[in-house]
Write a protein that binds this ligand. Sequence first.
Ligand SMILES: O=C(O)CCC(=O)C(=O)O
Ligand SMILES: [Fe+2]
Length: 555
Amino acid sequence: MRIIYWSIIGFIYILQVNGDLFTSIADLQRLLVVEKNIPELINSYIATENDRLAELKNFVVKYKDNNDDLHKNMNVVTNPINAFRMIKRLTNAWKELEEKMRNDHAEEFINNVTNSDMNVFPKDEDLAGAAIGILRLQDTYRLDTHELANGYVRENKISRPLSAHDCFEIGRMAYNVEDYYHTLLWMGEALERIKKEDPATAAESDILEYYAFALYKQDNVKRALLATERLNEIHPTHSRAKGNIKWYEDQLAAEGVKRSEFRKKVPPLSNIRPVDNFESTERSVYEALCRKEIPVSIKETSKLYCYYKMDRPYLRYAPFKIEILRFNPLAVLFKSVISDKEVETIQSLAKPKLARATVQNSETGQLETASYRISKKEFILSAWLKATEDEVVERVNRRLELMTNLEMETAEELQIANYGIGGHYDPHFDFARKEETKAFSDLGTGNRIATVLFYMTQPEMGGGTVFTELKTTVMPSKNDALFWYNLYRSGEGDMRTRHAACPVLLGVKWVSNKWIHEAGQEFRRPCGLKLSTYERYVGDLGGPEPRYNLNLSPY
Ligand SMILES: O=C(O)CCC(=O)C(=O)O
Ligand SMILES: [Fe+2]
C-alpha cells in the first residue's frame, strides 16, 4: 500500500514539472483535502485492477482448455485445421490478451487525483523548499535538531516525530545545496533514529555515505574515515567506500598524522555554521532580534505612550488608537485599524493572484542552488490590489489618508504578501538609495516617503518585523498596522530604517504593504532642512504633543 502511495505521488511530481512552484499555506490546506481522499482512491483503483486480473485468470483457464489437444505432440500442426487454429490463437486471441494486460487503470486513476487540483500539487522543488525552510528556522530560532525531529518547537509538541527517512531527506536537501553543517546534523539524527526503528525507514549505508562526506567537509577527517569503514563493513561491495577510505587516509597522512593514529585520538565532533564573521554581522543581530534576545532600554520604553488620533474632523467621531513604539525615527502601531471582514475580503481577492516573490530563476525557472543562503526574500507569495478592484481596497486607501495625513494619490497599489514555511525577508530599505536611480523612475512620484504595514494575521510563533539598526522587534498583531517614515524631512533616505521580516516559525503570516511616495506631500509633510527635524507623532506639524493634549488639530 505504502509503495503504491509513494510511487503514485512520484508519478504526479513528474506530471507537474511545468507548473508554478507554491509555498502558500492556503495551497497546503487545500492539498490536505486532496490527500485525505487518496487512500479511498487507491482502494477503488485496487478493486478495478483486481477485476481486471480476475478476468485475465479466467482467460488463461479457457485458453488452456481450448487448446490442450494441440500440445500433445509436435506433429499436430502438420494438420491444416490445427495449423489454422494455432495461427488464429496467436493473432486474434493474443491481441485480446495483450489488450487486457495493457489496459490497466493507472493512468485514469492518476488523472483523477491530479485533475482534482492540478495546479496546487507540490513538486520536488517544493519538498526542497520545505526542507530548506526548516533549516532556516532551525538557525534563526536556535532549534535543536533532536527536539525538532521529535516534533517539538520550544517545548510545544507540534507534530509526530520524524522518521529516520524524513531526517535523511532533510539532510539530503542540505547536501544538495552544499550545506554540510546541516547535512551533518540531519544525517547524524537519521543514524540515531534507525537504531530505534524496526524496520528501519532508511538504509544505514545510504545515510553513512552522506554523513561521512559531511564529516570530512566539516573538518572531521578521522571520523569520516571511521564512518566510511563502517559503510564498507556493512556493504563490502560498495562502489566508492574503498576508494574513499584510501582518500581519507591520504588526507590524514598529508596532515602529518601517523598511520598508527589514523583511527585513534579522534577529536570531538566539529560542526561550525559557515557564516563569515557571524558574530559581527547584521545576520547575528537580525536573528537575535527575531528571538527577542536583544534587551530593550527601559529608559527609552518608559517614554512611550498611546493616544487617540483625532486631528481630522471625521476622526472626532472615530479616532484611531495609536501606540507609539519608538521615537526618532518614529514608529507607531495603529490598533484595530482593519476589520476581520476586510482582511478576509483582501485575502480572497489576493489568493488567485498570489505569485512567488523570488526563489525561481526567471530565466531557467529552477530553484537556485544555495539560494536560501543568498536570496533576500524567500517563500513569500505576493499580489497587488487596485482600488478599482473592490470597495474594500478603495475604503482601506481612504482610511490610509486619514491614518497618515499623507497624499494617497501617488502611493503604490496595495501589496498583499503571504509567508510560507520559513518565509522571511532579509534586512533591506523600503526606499531607493541614491545609486538606485531607476528604482521608482517609472512611477514619477519620487521616493517611498513612508510605509504602512497591515498585519492581517498573527503567527503563533516567529514572523516579527525587526529593525536591525535601531534594534526594535515588532510582533505582528492581527488587525493592527505598523507605520514609519523612510525619509528624513530633507528627502534623504533614513538608513536607520533598515528592517527585515523574521521567518515564520508556527502559524500563518499575511501582511499588506502600502508604500507612500514623496509627490504631493509638500504641505502634508513639508521639507525640513535639518536632519534633526523629526516627528514626535503621526502627522506632526509642530502642534502640541498628544501625550498631554488632545490630538485635535495639526496646528
Ligand atoms: O512582513 C514584514 O514584517 C515586513 C515586510 C517588508 O519589510 C516588506 O515587504 O518590505
Ligand atoms: Fe520592507
